[in-house]
Design a protein around this ligand. Structure first.
Ligand code: URA
Ligand code: ZN
Length: 366
């Protein structure tokens, strides 16, 4: 049974050109202090508060070249990868450019997958800054691309978050087509929460804490606004084992149960699906959590049949030149440690679940 990586990103060449032409985040540029071009994508990472070291991260072929992806897969014994466009996707495009650019990127990624049968599948991108009918049209068009197995989105939705009523036609189309949504963070938390010295700590606070909390808050807002009650058939894969959702689900439930305002307006616990139900019926969790403690929480919350191995490649490369990536090893070790002698469960998380849920062993050209 092949190992399947369901959390692995790529910026196709057309997207790289788009970033090179930009001067505000997100962009790619060189600096006098850095011989290789730098990818600057996270909010505020080019500002004075983050000015310790050169902004962003070095970007090389591992971000755009499918051969580098395949070499990484081979080096780590990964049989199949489900590629997704990396953050911030196409969120920043003007409304009138988004649909055409998304179509180009999705077709590029589809072509890359088609060139490597059996090894590559993908989650498509959506033109989220475009009018809802154009987003829905792309959801429907993706159904016709043989290697697409869902869509990747960030937490901002159309600009106002995933509790925005204007997203209803999008949820409707995602549910009707049974499109899996890979929900991935990008925007983090406001930089003030990291304090005056936050800029001295590299990317640790935004990536270790901002990203997972962003995901957790987005899902909690979907809970509070009733998205999961209206669209009971939604299927959502949460990045980074759900942020902190498995750990905080009980607290979210308790806060809802004790909220006098929500009760007074008829939006308390009665008639509402619980976070636990949503975690078991709608949510899938990746296994990108780097420790058996977090992984066991993910399995406890969603079930061993809903947790899926991932790497987050090409992010978190080794700082020196080791061939084996520490970030991959930490996630593989977490699976081995969490399951111990239970090889069947480990195999499910390493690949069996992805093959079943994403239909990866069906002939892509059928
Ligand atoms: N940093 C990012 O910007 N994106 C990821 O997916 C991981 C790390
Ligand atoms: Zn990622």
């Amino acid at each position: 049974m092949p190992t399947v990586d369901i959390h692995t990103h790529i910026y196709p060449p057309a997207y790289i050109s788009l970033l090179k032409a930009r001067t505000t985040i997100p962009y790619i540029r060189t600096y006098p202090t850095s011989p290789t071009p730098r990818l600057v994508i996270l909010p505020g990472e080019d500002s004075d508060s983050a000015a310790h070291g050169t902004p962003g991260r070095p970007i090389g072929p591992e971000y755009w070249d499918v051969n580098a992806k395949l070499a990484f897969m081979d080096a780590h014994n990964i049989g199949i990868s489900v590629l997704s466009l990396a953050n911030p996707w196409l969120d920043f495009l003007p409304a009138d450019e988004a649909a055409a650019a998304t179509l180009t990127v999705n077709d590029d990624i589809e072509a890359v997958c088609a060139a490597h049968p059996g090894r590559l599948f993908a989650f498509g991108a959506l033109p989220l800054s475009a009018p809802a009918e154009q987003i829905v049209a792309e959801i429907q068009r993706l159904q016709t691309l043989p290697h697409m197995r869902g869509v990747i989105i960030g937490t901002t939705g159309l600009g106002s978050g995933l509790d925005d009523p204007a997203l209803e036609p999008v949820w409707e189309a995602l549910e009707a087509t049974q499109t899996l949504v890979f929900l991935h963070p990008h925007y983090g938390l406001p930089s003030e929460v990291y304090g005056e010295r936050g800029g001295e700590y590299g990317h640790v606070l935004p990536l270790a804490l901002g990203f997972p909390l962003e995901t957790t808050i987005a899902v909690a807002r979907m809970v509070l606004s009733g998205v999961w009650d209206r669209w009971r058939g939604l299927k959502v894969l949460l990045a980074h084992s759900g942020g902190t959702l498995p750990f905080l689900a009980g607290r979210i439930e308790s806060c809802i149960a004790h909220d006098g305002y929500l009760k007074s307006v008829g939006r308390g616990v009665e008639g509402r699906r619980s976070v636990w139900e949503i975690l078991r019926e709608n949510v899938y969790l990746d296994a990108v959590v780097y420790s058996p403690v977090g992984l066991k929480a993910a399995v406890d919350a969603s079930g061993r049949d809903r947790v899926l191995f991932g790497t987050d490649h090409p992010f978190f490369p080794p700082l020196d030149d080791e061939e084996e990536w520490l970030s991959v090893k930490m996630n593989s070790d977490a699976i081995q440690k969490a399951f111990g002698e239970d090889k069947e469960s480990a195999d499910m998380v390493l690949g069996g679940n992805a093959i079943r849920i994403l239909r990866l062993q069906e002939d892509a050209d059928k």
